[in-house]
Design a protein around this ligand. Structure first.
Ligand code: ADP
Length: 307
């Protein structure tokens, strides 16, 4: 099957001379859940803008399911649903109308669009609000309305620019579940996010962009394997004497509090050895957790070194 997105040597220089994209090449296989990460100003929104036809490119090619976006822009656009960063709908329009009217842009009749819109609003927990004007929705609801609107023409490729920005934790998890059901149905998803945990939880493949160039690209597993060690926090049943901590020197053990230590576990080291060592001193480990998201560590390391 043709890839959902195929970008070759994409360049974008804005009128003021800013090189937002300097020869980006990227491929997103059909059916993938793909994360595009990068610091502010890296070029993520520009890349999405070009792909969706909102920004004109300076050079390169972009194909969506094999359709060249410059040669057949209408056809390419039909494949894509866009959830933009900003809430760009009419705040005085009713929720249901915002979704149904969007269908009109794709030549879908109201008769077909209405039941589809109702179904989408139900799935996204907005059905009760369908006759409210969008001004009355909370921030999280507005974001879900953007998703419903993006899906009304049943696109095969959904692009979300920072979909969970400003959405509280509970709603964010609900949205993740919804996005997972879409990929299970075969929809390809490209997502930009600042929440690295989000990318780590959801995505199979990932690219990191910085200053208009891709600096890392691969499977989530490949990226995470770039980590030389993981920092783990161990909570124990008993107070951990300094002498015991010194026996864990090869793991760079250090005290957090009386019952808690941090260790750095290198790739070739085993967590079970640390636990056994503690148990030999009659100290049982109650819980173990990662100090920070593993992806966050990779991200910081890669983007730092290229500054
Ligand atoms: P991101 O989405 O990763 O934060 P953007 O694509 O918004 O990055 O921006 C990439 C670069 O292009 C930045 O340096 C930004 O200032 C610049 N830029 C974005 N939009 C415009 C524009 N309309 N005119 C001029 N420069 C722009």
């Amino acid at each position: 099957m043709k890839p959902a997105l195929s970008i070759q040597g994409l360049q974008k220089t804005y009128a003021n001379g800013t090189h937002a994209l300097s020869g980006v090449s990227l491929e997103i296989p059909a059916g993938d859940f793909f994360a595009l990460l990068g610091p502010n100003g890296a070029g993520k929104t520009t890349l999405i803008g070009v792909t969706t036809g909102l920004v004109t490119m300076t050079g390169g090619t972009v194909q969506v399911f094999g359709v060249d976006i410059q040669k057949e822009p209408e056809k390419a656009r039909e494949h894509i649903g866009l959830v933009p960063q900003e809430m760009n709908f009419n705040i005085f329009e009713k929720v249901i109308d915002i979704v149904v009217n969007q269908a009109g842009y794709y030549g879908i009749s109201r008769r077909v669009a209405l039941p589809r819109a109702e179904e989408l609003l139900k799935k996204l927990g907005l059905y009760e609000k369908r006759n409210e004007i969008s001004l009355r929705l909370s921030g999280g609801m507005k974001r879900r309305l953007l998703i419903a609107r993006a899906l009304i023409h049943e696109p095969r490729f959904l692009i979300l620019d920072e979909p969970t920005a400003g959405v509280d934790v509970e709603l964010r998890h609900g949205m993740w579940e919804f996005l997972k059901t879409l990929t299970a149905q075969g929809v390809t998803i490209l997502l930009t996010t600042h929440y690295l945990e989000e990318a780590e939880q959801l995505c199979n493949n990932i690219a990191i962009i910085q200053k208009g160039s891709i600096i890392a690209h691969g499977t989530m597993k490949e990226l995470l394997s770039k980590l030389q060690h993981e920092t783990l926090i161990l909570d124990c049943t008993a107070a951990i004497p300094d002498a015991v901590i010194s026996t864990l020197g090869m793991y760079n053990a250090r005290r957090v509090d009386e019952h808690t230590i941090e260790v750095d576990l290198a790739k070739e080291q085993r967590l079970s050895d640390v636990v056994l060592l503690l148990e030999r001193h009659t100290i049982a480990v109650v819980t173990i957790r990662n100090k920070s998201g593993r992806l966050e560590e990779v991200f910081l390391r890669l983007t730092d070194s290229k500054q």
